[in-house]
Write a protein that binds this ligand. Structure first.
Ligand SMILES: Cc1cc2nc3c(=O)[nH]c(=O)nc-3n(C[C@H](O)[C@H](O)[C@H](O)COP(=O)(O)O)c2cc1C
Length: 292
């Protein structure tokens, strides 16, 4: 059964709850801004992402209040001083970041309220968060106000001017180390997600290569009762179907010969292929699946 929702027939809160749980995890922009008098504001935004590398542009969206349509202080500030520091949030900062989202009065400095260290920026007026693994000084190039209704988004286009990286988060090749970063994402309701340990995984996809596609896999493989969508995706990512020679080589392995001689049990063969896929033996798994 599928529940189908017409946005015109549910309340704004209901639609919001469904969409925020579904469109997740979202990265968190911890935006530091100043007003024209130099008062500092620090607020988290999960309507946030990077959208362009050349020019390097990130966008976040402080929405108008769903209750009274009022503008967020960060929104007001970037209209007064079109600059922002986007601080990246990781697990050790998450409780203080949440505290900084409290709606304090305009002019209240959330660095102070949440206990973060203000570090002066080099190219922009707002300070950066000393505890952030990465802090990005940006100029605001455009503010796109989607509407003036309660809940309306306001896209703040932020152009990267300077990037600060805490070297403790670099690996031996001077690249940001995803395991060390331990970034957090916003989910629906009060849920967050943490990106570390076993929640991280890699999918090999050399950008220059073109996978054959799931449609090119033999029918019995595509319609397998054992192989999952992820298994088929991994197989379809191979650049070519196996040669007869490689199929024969797999078929001649003692363990496989025994399996084929005892029975041509498709389920057993597919389960073994699945095990090989889990072990990153993708070419061999497809050769096994192609034995007639
Ligand atoms: C993790 C997190 C993500 C948030 N994302 C957004 C967002 O994308 N847009 C928004 O309008 N409010 C968002 N909020 C709420 C704002 O952070 C909150 O309203 C903030 O205090 C606004 O402060 P200001 O009025 O001082 O700018 C988020 C809150 C949290 C804790």
């Amino acid at each position: 059964m599928i529940k189908t929702i017409d946005p015109n027939k549910v309340s704004q809160q209901e639609l919001h709850a469904y969409l925020l749980s579904a469109v997740a995890p979202r990265p968190i922009c911890f935006a530091s801004t100043v007003d024209k008098d130099g008062n500092v504001n620090l607020s988290p935004y999960s309507y946030f992402n990077i959208f362009s590398i050349n020019p390097p542009i990130m966008i976040f969206s402080p929405n108008r209040s769903g209750r009274d349509g009022s503008m967020k202080h960060s929104h007001q500030n970037v209209l007064e001083v079109p600059e922002v520091v986007i601080n990246i949030v990781n697990y050790p900062m998450v409780e203080q970041m949440s505290l900084a989202s409290t709606s304090y009065d305009k002019g209240v400095n959330e660095f102070v309220k949440a206990g973060f260290t203000e570090v002066p920026s080099e190219k922009v007026k707002p300070p950066r968060v000393g505890e952030a693994p990465v802090a990005i000084e940006c100029s605001v190039t455009e503010v796109i106000e989607l509407a003036d209704t309660p809940g309306a988004g306001n896209l703040i286009l932020a152009k990267v001017e300077l990037v600060h990286i805490n070297e403790a988060y670099l690996d031996k090749d001077a690249q940001l180390d995803t395991q060390k970063l331990d970034l957090v994402g916003r989910m629906g309701g009060n849920w967050y997600t943490r990106s570390s340990g076993t929640s991280l995984f890699e999918i090999p996809k050399p950008i220059r290569n073109q996978g054959i596609g799931v449609d090119q896999l033999p029918e019995k493989v595509r319609n397998s009762t054992v192989l999952t969508g992820n298994n088929l995706g991994r197989l379809g990512n191979l650049e070519a179907l196996p040669t007869q020679e490689s199929i024969d080589r797999i078929a001649a392995l003692p363990k496989i010969k025994e399996l084929l001689e005892s029975s041509m049990d498709t389920v057993k063969i597919h389960k073994l292929a699945q095990q090989w896929l889990d072990e990153n033996r993708t070419e061999e798994a497809l050769a096994l699946l192609c034995i007639q």
